[in-house]
Design a protein around this ligand. Structure first.
Ligand SMILES: Nc1nc2c(c(=O)[nH]1)N[C@H]1C(S)=C(S)[C@@H](COP(=O)(O)OP(=O)(O)OC[C@H]3O[C@@H](n4cnc5c(=O)[nH]c(N)nc54)[C@H](O)[C@@H]3O)O[C@H]1N2
Ligand SMILES: Nc1nc2c(c(=O)[nH]1)N[C@H]1C(S)=C(S)[C@@H](COP(=O)(O)OP(=O)(O)OC[C@H]3O[C@@H](n4cnc5c(=O)[nH]c(N)nc54)[C@H](O)[C@@H]3O)O[C@H]1N2
Ligand code: SF4
Ligand SMILES: [Mo]
Length: 814
């Protein structure tokens, strides 16, 4: 960081602190922090010295809309139509404040960045080259409307794909689906890049209502804080992934406090000492990535041989633990979960701690100790982040972790959890811009879009996981709004580049962003967006389970250049194609916000009126804690699960059917029970050329690639490959060296962080760094993007992005 930058940011910080002190001092009206502030930092406000009257700051409430999901509150202080500085949430109960993290607090630098896209552009170079020419909005809108019409007339609506993109969390933030549905629909996707392998496999265990995003299948951290006496976390680091104020990081701090005050402990299982366990190194249990299911199998083995299982619970609530509860058609064939564990079925290998030790790099003694601790707990809270499932064997891993509380009968009781992540708030106070009905019923697994560009017309349910029919078309039109998943966030950038660069495959690509991302370089038309702090914004709060809220406010300043609201632009495209009235229903963007708010308020008399919420900006309500599957536990007959048996299915006949009927390659296996399966580029796959395992993680300095271009944030938590001193020494690599990391898919340059905080034999790379390579030259990625290293091979069942965290590599001094 240069001296000027650090002085500037410090001054901004001091100024923000002074203003919040002032706001706290202004009793009564300060409840909502709206007491207008005059310029308090004389050093920065020469106006004050001239004796001119200083206009009071305007306060505009807004939010961080990127997909960390926290939706933290921004309290913009603006003057003369320009933001001066930001405070975050400082109103009401301190336990219920959605305080922005360091990224959110750098949003002013994003809004005012010299790198903002300012006007519509068309591509003049090759796809991926990044050469563009300014055009008018009229030309851009005409071109998009023409290409939509051409694609629909020539191929059909299912040749239009709205690619996975998560940069915009706002109630009116994504008018795309609504517009495309007005035009006859588009090819939609199922699953997502966050929890793909969970979404694909868990419904076979917990039923078709299963969601990892609710508090019905996931117990809240607030419940764990009150009632758990042991917390076991598999690849879950809220201090990195749920960072903002009243978000799971805060909630987890209360879990630690509650659990340890009752004499319990936290076990954090990760291949690196993550930021959540940082400062609590005794909580870290290092494991080789991709091997959690081996650890789980050995834990199950210990419980079976030491008679710790809850046979009564298993007989009443579960299918497939042992032969007693196997479905009729599969009885007496040694196909139960217990047969797998005890070595009497499947691979005929007993899953002892000694078997798991070399796989997991955890000693047999330590596995026994953990098994004893969990079995002794009265209310164990077992959970997983989404790191373990974002592997090529993720479908088996997520179920293997979820099998643990099932075997012990610790489900649906106070303080227990299902093995899934912490619960999410269940109450939404307002709805979003309605998308309308999509007449195209066929959908693709989200990670399959590159295959669908290349050979969509050959893709079916049984060879590609297509739902709702077979795909008749290749994708010919890509709509990418607020996403960087064309390359940076998708995977296997070098391969994807080849597919996208071929203009005979996908004929038109629309990208709509605020800065020139790597994906934007592939656009045929590139549009500049007005950000949410530059418009009226409405959104709910994010992940805190302690409260729900709605925030309304803005714009805090005008959008730069020719940036326009995406709603207005979509309305213009609709107009060109004769569906404007259907699209707008006669409402402007701001009228939609008011309409959606008032619709929410009408259903909930406790909410403020529209006039009141515009004045106060923020409305919050406390929520109760929740226990996953409590209803099912209390009365399994009255409240059956959505599985064929109505019970928890450790053995799934539906999966047997899929395994028998789907076209799978030799190395692709779909298992009816949760097993340890090493997976593609998983355990045992390292070679002489690529002798190290490599996994990824979500990093503090970015939300995926969002905020990744802001140097102040990058300086706080740099893009580095984590490597154990033993592996570094063998390669003469010192901390801070620039190294090359090469995989079968590509090569990056990155700084080495030599640290015992990572297990030997594995390196770790934060995901989301900006890809930076000469794609006509050596393709070596100087930006250190992990997706230069991932190989495009969708997982067997979910056809998902398992390779995101499963790689084999070599590291060398560059
Ligand atoms: N290898 C690997 N790959 C991964 C992952 C991993 O763990 N490992 N994680 C995956 C996961 S979980 C996810 S969710 C995806 C996320 O992938 P993406 O959804 O692509 O997320 P971002 O990279 O944050 O991209 C969001 C984009 O929205 C833009 N944006 C922000 N605000 C605005 C706005 O107001 N208007 C417009 N038009 N654009 C805006 C940002 O500039 C940014 O380019 O990445 C996935 N990729
Ligand atoms: N700062 C920040 N926060 C974010 C995001 C971001 O990009 N940056 N992205 C947001 C989004 S969209 C999502 S989906 C979530 C993602 O949330 P997660 O998917 O939970 O995040 P990850 O960092 O991929 O994984 C969590 C932890 O699992 C560890 N891990 C990886 N592989 C394994 C394994 O095989 N076994 C075990 N035991 N541990 C493993 C990682 O080291 C990491 O500490 O985060 C959200 N929050
Ligand atoms: S990046 Fe996430 S935690 Fe940080 S301010 Fe934004 S929403 Fe909050
Ligand atoms: Mo995600």
């Amino acid at each position: 960081m240069t001296e000027t930058q650090s002085t500037l940011s410090r001054r901004t910080f001091v100024k923000g602190s002074l203003a919040s002190l002032a706001a706290t001092g202004a009793v009564g009206s300060a409840l909502y922090g709206c007491a207008p502030q005059s310029g308090t930092d004389a050093g920065e406000e020469p106006m004050a010295a001239t004796g001119e009257e200083i206009a009071p700051d305007e306060i505009h409430w807004s939010q961080c809309n990127v997909n960390c999901g926290g939706n933290c509150v921004f309290q913009w202080h603006s003057r003369d139509g320009k933001v001066l500085y930001m405070e975050t949430d400082n109103i009401g109960d301190a336990d219920l404040q959605a305080r922005a993290c360091l990224r959110g607090r750098s949003m002013r630098r994003w809004l005012n960045s010299p790198d903002r896209l300012l006007y519509p552009m068309k591509r003049v170079g090759k796809r991926g080259e990044g050469k563009f020419e300014q055009i008018t909005w009229d030309e851009a809108i005409d071109t998009i409307a023409e290409k939509l019409k051409y694609t629909i007339d020539t191929y059909g609506n299912d040749a239009i794909h709205r690619v996975y993109a998560t940069g915009m969390y706002s109630t009116t933030g994504n008018p795309t689906s609504r517009l495309l549905n007005c035009l006859g629909g588009y090819l939609e996707r199922h699953y997502d890049y966050s929890a793909n392998m969970i979404l694909a496999s868990m419904p076979f265990m917990y039923g078709d209502q299963f969601s990892p995003y609710d508090n019905v299948h996931c117990t809240s951290f607030s419940e764990a804080a009150q009632n758990s006496d042991l917390v076991v976390m598999f690849g879950n680091s809220p201090a990195e992934t749920r960072m903002g104020g009243a978000n799971a990081a805060w909630d987890f701090a209360r879990v630690r406090e509650g659990v340890t005050s009752r004499g319990g402990k936290i076990v954090n299982i990760d291949y690196r000492l993550n930021e959540t366990a940082s400062g609590h190194p005794d909580e870290w249990l290092p494991i080789r990535p991709g091997t959690d299911a081996a650890l789980c199998s050995a834990l199950a083995h210990e419980w079976i041989v030491n008679d710790k299982i809850d046979k009564e619970f298993l007989d009443a609530y579960v299918v497939g633990f042992d032969d007693d509860t196997m479905p009729e058609a599969a009885k007496g064939q040694n196909k139960s979960y217990k047969d797998y564990i005890m070595g009497t079925g499947y691979d005929m290998v007993e899953k002892t701690p000694e078997w798991a030790a070399p796989i997991t790099q955890i000693s047999a003694d330590r596995i026994r100790e953990l098994a004893a601790d969990i079995a002794a707990a009265n209310a164990p809270y077992i959970c997983q982040g989404w790191g373990p499932q974002r592997h090529t064997n993720g479908e088996d891993t997520t179920r293997a972790i979820c099998a643990l509380p099932v075997i012990l009968g610790k489900i649906g009781l106070p303080g227990t959890n299902t093995g899934q992540r912490e619960g999410e708030p269940s109450v939404y106070l307002v709805g979003s811009l309605p998308a309308g009905e999509n007449p195209v019923k066929v959908t693709i697994p989200c990670y399959q879009w590159v295959n669908a560009v290349d050979h969509g017309h050959t893709m079916t349910a049984t060879n590609a996981g297509i739902k709702g029919g077979d795909l008749k078309n290749d994708i010919k039109f890509i709509w990418c709004y607020a996403g960087n998943c064309l390359t940076n966030q998708h995977g296997d950038i070098n391969y994807t580049h080849e597919i996208l660069a071929d203009e005979s495959k996908c004929e038109f690509i629309l990208v709509w962003d605020t800065v020139m991302t790597d994906s934007a370089k592939y656009a045929d038309i590139l549009l500049p967006d007005a950000m949410r702090s530059e418009q009226l914004n409405m959104q709910t709060q994010g992940y805190s389970e302690y409260y729900t809220s709605v925030i309304v406010g803005g714009p805090a300043q005008e959008a730069p250049g020719e940036c326009r609201s995406s709603y207005d632009v979509c309305a213009d495209i609709a107009d060109r194609l004769g569906v404007k009235d259907a699209f707008t229903e006669g409402r402007t963007h701001d009228e939609w916000v008011q309409f959606l708010y008032e619709e929410g308020a009408a259903a909930d008399p406790d909410m403020p009126t529209w006039e009141e919420i515009k004045e106060q900006g923020v409305y919050k309500r406390e929520l109760a804690s929740s226990i996953a599957l409590k209803d099912f536990r209390d009365d399994p007959v009255a409240n059956p699960l959505g599985t064929p048996s109505g019970k928890i299915e450790l053995f799934s006949e539906q999966l047997v059917e899929i395994a028998n009927t789907w076209e799978l390659a030799e190395d692709e296996v779909i298992n009816p029970i949760p097993v340890f399966n090493p997976g593609f580029q998983g355990y045992g796959s390292v070679t002489e050329e690529y002798p190290l395992y490599c996994a990824g993680f979500h990093h503090k300095s970015r939300t995926h690639s969002s905020y990744g271009f802001i140097p102040e944030i990058e300086a706080v938590a740099r893009q580095q490959v984590w490597i154990n001193p033993a592996d570094a020494q063998a390669r003469a690599i010192a901390d801070g060296d620039t190294v090359s990391v090469a995989s079968p898919a590509g090569e990056i340059r990155i700084e080495a962080k030599v640290t015992p905080r990572i297990i030997p034999g594995t390196v770790g790379i934060p995901q989301g760094a900006w890809h930076k390579a000469d794609m006509d030259g050596d393709k070596v990625d100087e930006g250190g993007c992990v997706n230069t290293l991932t190989t495009y091979k969708p997982t067997p069942l979910g056809k998902g992005n398992g390779p995101a965290h499963s790689m084999i590599v070599q590291v060398a001094k560059a």
